[in-house]
Design a binder for this molecule. Structure first.
Ligand code: HEC
Ligand code: HEC
Length: 316
């Protein structure tokens, strides 16, 4: 494909993401100065100024995104965004292939396009236990721009809007409530709900055989204390984390664990549980998993000034 059209396709994706409707115009405008006049001819009289400003803004964001990507991301995610940067060979898990347009950690049902805030959170905080670093030190403008830029590697996929936020019911154990129920109850009930709802099919079981039989009404699977490997859509075999040993990658707070259970994990074997498990039990399981992770230090501690690690987000 001639370079100019590749560039046009990318700008098109960026524009769509920015909510601009003028895809073809964008392509023409950014094709070069000569094309600008061509584009302007087709705009309704009186609208040129606004459109031009919008396109210029999107163009500047695209440029900033590209520069940020080429400086900070290319070594792992590759010049083509296919996850095959020079460092990728040595990494497990592998850097994300952006040409697939599929992402793991988002607040939408697994498989749908993530929201900008989801991608921004990943870029800002990194993914614990993987090579994906935190880019907290980049400006928010750079981080937002690079998020738009990485969509340009899968323009067809990003023609679809992001998925809807998965529903979240109020947390019955939130201490800010007057009628908050005790957290110890959440953890105890979560332990039961976790083993009742089949999480142990991939993640380990955390109770002895007798208790397992009593809760699940069946014997445990072979080697219940070990994680099971499942294949993801990129062809990698990945373990479901053991919460007492493996760092939680993206779900650090009770609320984030609740969202992950509700949404599932895109591209991985973990499906959305929004309909399979009622919301109260999802909160209880989230408290249970958080308690395991906290006990073994597989979750970040609270940032300075925050007392309650269950609610201490890592920031945006
Ligand atoms: C040192 C290597 C490395 C660098 C540099 C790096 N990444 Fe990553 N990135 C990874 C790895 C590894 C994963 C996959 C982690 C996983 O599968 O859990 C990943 C995953 C991601 C994801 C996908 C998260 C999801 O939910 O699926 C996004 C988005 C991302 N990186 C963006 C970026 C951006 C933007 C930059 C540059 C600002 C960058 N990365 C730089 C290694 C890197
Ligand atoms: C079919 C297999 C499977 C089942 C069943 C399953 N998971 Fe998972 N889960 C996975 C895999 C695989 C990952 C790792 C994804 C990754 O990080 O690449 C994962 C990751 C997670 C994470 C970590 C998210 C993070 O930020 O690192 C949580 C929390 C989780 N699962 C909770 C649950 C709960 C709760 C249940 C039961 C309701 C459950 N899972 C059932 C396969 C499964």
């Amino acid at each position: 494909m001639p370079r100019r059209f590749q560039c046009a396709a990318r700008v098109g994706a960026g524009l769509l993401a920015a909510g601009g409707a003028a895809l073809a115009l964008g392509a023409a405008l950014f094709g070069g100065p000569a094309a600008t006049g061509f584009a302007a001819e087709r705009v309704a009289p009186g609208r040129e100024g606004g459109l031009r400003a919008e396109l210029a803004r999107a163009g500047a964001e695209f440029d900033l995104g590209r520069r940020t990507y080429e400086r900070y991301c290319v070594g792992c995610h590759g010049a083509k965004g296919d996850g095959k940067g020079p460092a990728a060979l040595f990494l497990d898990p592998k850097p994300r292939d952006f040409t697939s347009g599929t992402f793991k950690f988002a607040s939408v049902a697994a498989g749908q396009n993530p929201r900008d805030e989801d991608l921004l959170r990943t870029v800002t905080r990194g993914l614990r236990g993987t090579a994906m670093p935190s880019f907290r030190l980049l400006s928010e403008e750079e981080r937002r721009a690079v998020v738009q830029y990485l969509k340009s590697f899968a323009p067809e996929r990003w023609a679809d809007p992001p998925g809807a936020l998965v529903p979240r019911s109020p947390d019955p154990y939130d201490p800010a409530r007057d009628d908050a129920r005790p957290v110890s109850e959440a953890i105890e009930k979560g332990r039961i709900a976790y083993h009742k709802n089949g999480c142990w099919q991939c993640h380990p079981a955390y109770v002895g055989e007798d208790e397992f039989r009593a809760i699940a009404g069946r014997p445990p699977r072979p080697e219940p204390e070990k994680s099971v490997l499942t294949e993801d859509v990129w062809g990698e075999w990945i373990p479901a984390p053991d919460f007492t040993r493996d760092p939680l990658r993206a779900s650090w707070t009770v609320e984030e664990i609740y969202t992950t259970i509700t949404a599932g994990i895109g591209g991985a074997a973990m499906p959305t549980m929004a309909n399979a498990i009622d919301s109260e039990q999802r909160w209880q399981i989230a408290y249970f998993i958080h308690s395991l992770a906290e006990k073994r230090g597989t979750i970040p501690g609270p940032p300075p000034g925050r007392r309650d690690p269950r609610r201490a987000g890592g920031g945006k």
